[in-house]
Ligand binder design. Structure first.
Ligand code: NAD
Length: 489
């Protein structure tokens, strides 16, 4: 007990570094801690408690207790508390933004956006908390009535990634609470501080009698902790956002206890530009779809597939926009591209680019790994990327745009769909026929037509094929935390 934790003076002084077991903050039982790095400077900015299996089981016990008390809370009151969380997060916007920039690297302006967007999930699900779906109908036989109601699934384990430290968790916490489920959150090892700060806000808003509703469990022993929780029959659901291989492993593990699961996995989004596309719009949207979060987004445009008649102009104009990007420490004024999350991730991007270049791709700009401190990679544009290149098959997760050409829309769409992933896809055409063709034929869970930004808390977010299943947000988002109960009357 009582492990010594460290906190950089750059971080808000109220940033917690211990575990939230419900509304109670405490060190890991083992006393273990681990360091959190600033990817811009490589310095350790905090050490935080490192949860073990015993801490996770404490949190599960608290969740099981809280569930009963929370079930008795009227939907309107649940809604009011979620609204309060929304306002409290908004009041701490600058604290959250600073923490995110320091532990994840994105520029402050983007971190502020990442407070506003994820916080909307608290607002949206505060509204959904009073609208649980249900149905009443007469049995066709005439022998009685069919009443369909919903009940909370039960305690949930949420495992989240580092790229959007707040958003990927609020998309799970808000609907779980609205549906009456307690939730244990395991943040990414790289970015635990944002959620520890959210834990502080939740502990201030949620009354003590529901103490175990939300626990925040940073750990370096992800697999050990999640396996123990999933093997415990009190847990009823696992919801995961992260890479496809880890998602598959969790689905396998969840089979033993037949847990409900939602899997938001990797992507390889195509961005198809028809000959008749509005070029100004396509370039503006390309920058949004490619460069949001420095390209470290699961819905980031990975492959620009452009009609051959306009590909040269598209490449030149996209490069001109990419040339305006200023790479640096996200805390510095005017920076629009921060570092990548880790050295490993940065080196993976560099190797994808180097390999494509060896195979014949041409670098229009960027493409070289800078020397010095910080895990930076520059905004990069590659053209004439050969079809077989790994960079077209794998998620880049970085600020690299690859451009290939197509002879017509049919070929562009066929190539767009030639991937094992199916999270997001983008299509650009100014004609009704072209837009409709793209909308109908791009195969992904989310399709943006003449739009580069598609995320919306009121819309169902999720993928098909190797990008997973389940939806977050929208009216579908709460269903993921509800079981259906049929009552024969
Ligand atoms: P990751 O799969 O390595 O890690 C995600 C989370 O899982 C982290 O919290 C990590 O600690 C944990 N984890 C890792 N191994 C585990 C194990 N064996 N058991 C239990 N937990 C484990 O992914 P990442 O590198 O953090 O994130 C990038 C990936 O996430 C990309 O593939 C990206 O596309 C995907 N992503 C998907 C969405 C979506 O909504 N579909 C959103 C954001 C990111």
């Amino acid at each position: 007990m009582g492990a010594v934790t460290h906190l950089s003076t750059l971080l808000p002084s109220t940033t917690p570094t211990d575990l939230w077991i419900g509304t109670h903050l405490r060190p890991a039982r083992s006393g273990a801690t681990f360091g959190v790095h600033n990817p811009a400077t490589e310095e350790v900015i905090a050490t935080v408690a490192d949860a073990g299996v015993e801490d996770a089981l404490d949190a599960l016990a608290a969740a099981t207790q809280a569930q009963q008390a929370w079930a008795e809370v009227a939907p309107r009151e649940k809604s009011r508390l979620l609204s309060e969380v929304f306002h409290a997060v908004q009041e701490h916007r600058e604290d959250f933004a600073r923490i995110m920039t320091l532990e994840m690297g994105k520029p402050l302006v983007e971190s502020r956006g990442e407070v506003d967007y994820p916080n909307e999930y608290f607002r949206w699900f505060a509204e959904e908390a009073v609208r649980w779906p249900g149905r009443f109908q007469q049995a066709p036989s005439g022998s009685g009535s069919i009443l369909v109601t919903r009940t909370p699934v039960g305690p949930v384990l949420a495992i989240t990634p580092w790229n959007f430290p707040l958003a990927m968790a609020t998309r799970k916490i808000a609907p779980a609470l609205a549906a009456g489920c307690p939730i244990l959150v395991k943040p990414a090892t790289e970015t635990p501080l944002t959620l520890l700060f959210l834990g502080k806000i939740l502990s201030e808003v949620l009354p003590e009698e529901y103490s175990g509703l939300v626990s925040i469990l940073p750990t370096t022993k992800a697999s050990e902790v999640s396996s123990a929780l999933m093997a415990d029959s009190r847990l009823r659901k696992v919801t995961f956002t992260g890479s496809t291989p880890v998602g598959k492993e969790l689905v396998r593990q969840s089979a033993d206890n037949l847990l409900r699961h939602s899997m938001e996995l990797g992507g390889n989004a195509p961005f198809v530009v028809a000959e008749d596309a509005d070029m100004d719009l396509a370039i503006q949207a390309a920058m949004q779809a490619k460069m949001r979060n420095g390209g470290e987004a699961c819905i980031a445009a990975n492959r620009f597939i452009v009609h051959e008649a306009i590909a040269e102009e598209f490449g030149q104009r996209l490069s001109a926009e990419m040339g305006k990007i200023r790479c640096g420490n996200g805390l510095d004024e005017g920076v629009t591209l921060g570092p990548m999350i880790t050295r490993k991730q940065r080196d993976k991007i560099a190797s994808l680019v180097d390999e494509a270049v060896e195979q014949g791709a041409q670098v229009v700009m960027g493409g070289n790994k800078p020397e010095g401190r910080g895990w930076f990679y520059p905004a990069t544009v590659l053209v004439n990327v050969p079809e077989g290149a790994r960079i077209l098959r794998e998620e880049i997760f970085g600020p690299v745009a690859t451009i290939t050409t197509c002879e017509n829309l049919e070929e562009g769409v066929a190539r767009a769909n030639d991937t094992e992933f199916g999270l997001a896809a983008y299509g650009f055409s100014s004609s009704l026929d072209g837009a409709r063709y793209l909308a109908q034929n791009l195969r992904a869970g989310m399709v943006g037509i003449n739009r580069g930004a598609i995320s919306d808390p009121a819309a169902p977010f999720g993928g098909i094929k190797q990008s997973g299943f389940g939806r977050e947000g929208g009216t579908e988002g709460i269903e993921a935390y509800l079981d259906t109960r049929y009552i024969a009357l």
